[in-house]
Design a protein around this ligand. Structure first.
Ligand SMILES: NC(=O)c1ccc[n+]([C@@H]2O[C@H](COP(=O)([O-])OP(=O)(O)OC[C@H]3O[C@@H](n4cnc5c(N)ncnc54)[C@H](O)[C@@H]3O)[C@@H](O)[C@H]2O)c1
Length: 333
């Protein structure tokens, strides 16, 4: 490892966390990266990063539900990026306690460690799901919070704790609120990898949930740059604030599937799978971002449109080595 500034990342072995880790190293940081403790000593997607990136990454197994584990991760770090979370909405119907433990208590543990250690900056991760179905579009940060799933509620709980720590203790926390992110390494729980993965595995009959909801899809490298933007902007411009990260574009799931078929040159037969359809009041029907606050504070704007992002994602899933890491034939919740 070099003597570059050290930053800590929770959820580093996951989809967005592994891209953020790469982006941090590419911009001259050393990363202490938490992968969730497991008996296989698996480092998740961090294991697939190039050796020159890993040379700047110290991987530690730990758990955000454990205060000591979080404190050890943050010791000596100049900034912390908190991405660890349980993220699947369907699984939050089955195991809501674990969502509170991870997303609420886990965030509290991170905030307490930042407070006790005097960590100079924390970037906390929210989600557009906390807005619920859009009442006004595009959605600004002042849009009401309406949590329609236990997942969204647990994330909003973490957000409120972050706001309260800033108000109560002056904790230097900034909240990034990404809209739907997609790209290489995303799990099959999300719609884009579900469709691309099934097509790449040879299927033309695509099973999917509700086709009507609309989303604002952001390519993962752009989301990672949004994290870096709020993590490196002058603190006084971002501390205590929440920033949306999204493109401002909007597409329905049905149109998205047709678009993926076009990009992959495949004639798709789309079937709605009842198991994937959410309870009517829990499904968020419309999300589209107004990211002008982030743009004004940091200059961030997305570098990929949907087609460019999908092209990179398709290339990833068409690589047999990558596809072999997924179970394309089951419903991944
Ligand atoms: N993917 C999206 O579209 C999206 C959109 C908005 C916000 N987010 C947020 O971005 C963050 C990253 O999500 P992602 O899509 O990369 O999902 P992911 O599941 O790939 O990453 C989450 C990571 O957190 C880790 N984790 C879970 N419980 C943990 C625990 N108790 N201790 C330590 N680590 C634990 C998991 O192992 C996983 O690697 C999350 O906070 C999520 O809420 C994601």
């Amino acid at each position: 490892m070099t003597s570059a500034p050290l930053v800590a990342v929770t959820g580093a072995e996951g989809f967005i966390g592994s891209h953020l880790t790469e982006a941090l190293v590419a911009t001259g940081h050393r990363v202490r990266a938490m992968a969730q403790y497991n008996s296989f000593s698996s480092y998740g997607w961090l294991e697939t990063l190039p050796a020159d990136v890993l040379a700047e990454v110290e991987i530690v197994l730990g758990d955000v539900r454990d205060p000591g584990s979080v404190r050890g991760l943050l010791e000596g770090a100049e900034a912390a990026y908190h991405l660890a979370a349980l993220i699947a909405i369907p699984y939050s119907y089955q195991a809501p306690h674990s969502y509170v433990d991870t997303n609420v208590t886990g965030t509290l543990n991170v905030l307490e460690a930042v407070r006790q250690l005097g960590t100079p900056r924390l970037v906390h991760t929210s989600t557009s799901e906390t807005y619920g179905t859009a009442r006004t579009v595009p959605i600004t940060e002042d849009h009401p919070i309406n949590t329609q799933s236990p997942y969204a509620a647990s994330k909003a709980g973490g957000d409120r704790l972050a706001d309260s720590y800033h108000a109560s203790f002056g904790t230097p926390v900034v909240t990034l609120r990404p809209f739907n992110t997609f790209g290489p390494r995303q799990s099959m729980r999300a719609v884009i990898p579900t469709v691309i993965g099934q097509v790449a595995a040879g299927s033309r009959e695509i099973t999917i949930g509700d086709l009507r909801p609309t989303r604002d899809f952001t390519y993962v490298e752009d989301t990672a740059r949004a994290f870096l933007a709020v993590g490196t902007a002058p603190l006084e411009q971002v501390a205590g604030l929440t920033f949306n990260a999204g493109t401002g574009g909007e597409i329905s799931v049905g149109d998205l599937v047709r678009f993926i078929g076009k990009v992959m040159d495949a004639d798709l037969d789309v079937r709605e799978d009842e198991r994937r359809v959410r309870p009517a009041n829990s499904e968020v029907m419309r999300l589209v971002a107004d990211a002008s606050r982030l743009h004004a504070a940091t200059g961030w704007s997305p570098a990929h449109d949907l087609e460019q992002g999908l092209a990179k994602t398709v290339a990833f899933f068409r690589d047999p080595g990558n596809l072999a890491r997924y179970k394309t034939d089951i419903y991944n919740i």
